[in-house]
Design a protein around this ligand. Structure first.
Ligand code: C5P
Length: 223
């Protein structure tokens, strides 16, 4: 079973490239995966990905594409590069859009002769209240469309793992050490609970970014 270190994705949800670079430098070889989301990408574009990759990180491009199928096909193609190991689309976009999302990434990966990044579907945002049934339905749509996995909360992870088996990637944000602030997140759990529920990757932002000592926060989390 991979260690938590091989599962931790730190969300670079900061407003400047300098701050993101500082986080990546401070966390050093403790963290291999970084999430570049809409805040950093809107401001800096591919430079944000190159920065993390330049320091040895692999990037989870979390832009949650949700548009007409043709546009999403082009977007996942554009997101496909050797530095991006995974990206997100919104399952709400529907099966036609999701199929095109998978195809766009596969097409560009073939062109570049690289491994296709995982394309995972956001089922329901972890900041929203949601029933397990809705999330499972979304996961079924994602699977049927040929996506590699889903983003869900820890609360649904176990059921998804049971139904879809070990090859379906489960990414869980909404991770909070016990006693820390939930912020805007609603469906939260600890890192341990996430791993026990079968998550392949956990995404952690504020508990690390807002810590007075981010490296210590990562160490504590890994323990
Ligand atoms: O700061 P926090 O740990 O709550 O950050 C969680 C990150 O995961 C944010 O960047 C958020 O955009 C992302 N995310 C989420 N829920 C989803 C998908 C992504 O919180 N369903």
């Amino acid at each position: 079973m991979p260690e938590l270190k091989d599962r931790l994705i730190v969300a670079l949800d900061v407003d400047t490239l300098e701050k993101a670079e500082k986080i990546v430098s401070v966390l050093g070889n403790k963290v291999q995966f970084y999430k570049v989301g809409s805040q950093l990408f809107t401001a800096y574009g591919p430079k944000a990905i190159e920065m993390a990759a330049g320091k040895g990180g692999k990037v989870f491009l979390d832009l949650k594409f949700h548009d007409i199928p043709n546009t999403v096909y082009s977007a996942t193609a554009s997101g496909t590069s050797p530095n991006v190991f995974m990206m997100t689309v919104h399952v709400q976009g529907g099966i036609g859009m999701l199929k095109k999302a998978a195809e766009g990434a596969a097409m560009r990966a073939r062109e570049l002769n690289i491994k296709k990044p995982f394309v995972v579907g956001v089922t329901k945002l972890t900041s929203e209240e949601s029933g397990v049934k809705d999330v499972l339905d979304a996961a079924r749509t994602a699977k049927e469309a040929g996506l590699d996995g889903v983003v869900c909360s820890v609360l649904e992870a176990k059921k998804i793992r049971e139904e879809f088996g070990k090859d379906f990637i489960i990414v869980t944000p909404g991770i909070r050490p016990r006693g820390s602030s939930a912020g805007d997140q609603k469906r939260i759990a600890t890192a341990r609970e996430a791993i026990e529920a079968g998550a392949d990757y956990i995404v952690v932002g504020r508990p690390i970014l807002e810590a007075s000592d981010p490296l210590k926060a990562v160490d504590e989390l890994l323990q």
